[in-house]
Design a protein around this ligand. Structure first.
Ligand SMILES: [Zn+2]
Length: 419
């Protein structure tokens, strides 16, 4: 579906997405019943394990309390994500207004995903990608790079690089205590996306490698709540490197827009999912189930709030109300919020790695820690505060800087003759 959402012809994007929404819409009552039953079973299971007792936090349904207890994370972390995203929604809306202006549209809708700036169509061989990513990861220190180089070399036994017939088409990392080293399955296709995925999966691999090297037995496995941090930190470092290297204003605009878009996708979109899922569980608990109509209402309200529908940012037409039906993660119990918290953590770490020479400490104190400490203890030691606003304030300030830079470039572009 991602391919069609970005199709260059708007009419095609609209036709495909509308068709999809209509198909899901036709089965929405069935989906609602399945989802309702699933959430009810999660609630019942959590209550059986005494997560629904009298002392409970009224904001946190037992199913969420259960999930957070498994991750060893306090409820504040979940609620903070939602509160902080809401508090900074004006930035998401500003980003949409900028896009609207840059694309010359009267009205920006969910069908207008055209990228800004020059097309990022640079191609890389695997050897070129290796060199580029190594340069981007240099701030992590010599030790990190030495092991990275050894592992990422074709023939090292760690990595299978190219797509081939019958190979699982995704990018994937397998690393667990007792294995001789991490196993990386890539499908490197030579485009920008492949470059970032290479840095991402490599980040997972090094996290697993260092943790197993420094921790005994099962403590060598990574913390589930934090296991997207190392990969996203690498992505942040590569994005920052590409931005520094961009030569023309159009290339700079493209990389900045990509970074802002990534931010919106990883933080605001995941916060919307987190809020929707929470609202569904609360509704099911209160009413002993949920109907398709109630799901539509909840979903449209949240979609519009996050998009800035009433603030002239991005319009969400009514036909999007049943888009909840295609979110498979709603059946997997509070899985997605970790992507947002990891992204915010990665941003905080990458900034210190780039500006304050924190790379070697990050390798020692985070990548090598495995699950020897609870996630909140690890985060406290890294001075990343996900319970209050600390890490969020820093991350959103970075987004604001991207937007300032995009705005300045667009202003300059507007002044150029012939535009
Ligand atoms: Zn990952």
């Amino acid at each position: 579906m991602g391919k069609y959402q970005k199709h260059p012809l708007r009419a095609n994007r609209v036709a495909v997405l509308r068709g999809l929404l209509r198909s899901y819409g036709r089965a929405r009552r069935t989906f609602a019943q399945i989802l309702s039953a699933e959430v009810k079973s999660r609630l019942a299971l959590a209550k059986a394990r005494r997560y629904g007792d009298a002392k409970r936090d009224p904001r946190t349904p037992p199913s969420l309390a259960h999930r957070l207890a498994e991750l060893e994370v306090p409820a504040d972390v979940y609620h903070s994500l939602i509160a902080q995203a809401r508090k900074h929604l004006h930035l998401a809306h500003r980003w949409s207004r900028l896009r609207k202006r840059a694309l010359g549209l009267e009205r920006l809708t969910s069908y207008d995903n055209t990228p800004l700036g020059a097309k990022i169509d640079q191609r890389y061989s695997y050897a070129q990608a290796q060199r580029l990513v190594e340069r981007a990861l240099r701030p992590l220190g010599k030790r990190y790079l030495r092991h990275w180089r050894r592992g990422m070399r074709p023939g090292s036994g760690w990595v299978d690089v190219l797509p081939s017939r019958g190979k699982y088409p995704q990018n994937y990392l397998l690393g667990a205590p007792g294995m001789p080293h991490p196993f990386l399955l890539l499908n490197f296709r030579g485009d920008h996306q492949s470059l970032l995925l290479y840095a991402h999966e490599g980040g997972h691999a090094m996290h697993s490698f260092f943790s197993q090297r420094h921790q005994a037995g099962p403590q060598g496995s990574t913390e589930r709540f934090l296991d997207e941090v190392a990969s996203q930190t690498n992505e942040c470092l590569v994005s920052a490197y590409l931005l520094r290297q961009a030569r023309t204003p159009e290339a700079r605009l493209a990389y900045l827009a990509r970074a802002a878009g990534q931010f919106a996708g990883k933080v605001f979109r995941m916060a919307y999912y987190a809020e929707l899922e929470l609202a569904i569980h609360q509704h099911v608990e209160r009413h002993d189930g949920i109907t398709a109509k109630a799901l539509d209402t909840l979903n449209l309200k949240l979609l519009r709030r996050y998009a800035g529908h009433h603030q002239g940012a991005r319009a969400v037409t009514k036909e999007w109300r049943n888009s909840w039906a295609w979110i498979p993660h709603l059946y997997r119990s509070f899985k997605l919020f970790r992507y947002a918290t990891s992204f915010v953590t990665a941003h905080a770490l990458a900034e210190r790695i780039l500006r304050k020479g924190f790379g070697p400490s990050y390798v020692k104190r985070f990548l090598s820690a495995g699950s020897s400490k609870e996630p909140m203890v690890l985060l406290r030691e890294l001075a990343v505060d996900l319970r209050g606003g600390g890490a969020y304030t820093a991350a959103f300030a970075q987004l604001a800087r991207y937007l300032d830079a995009i705005e300045a470039l667009l202003r300059r572009r507007g002044r150029r003759p012939g535009r």
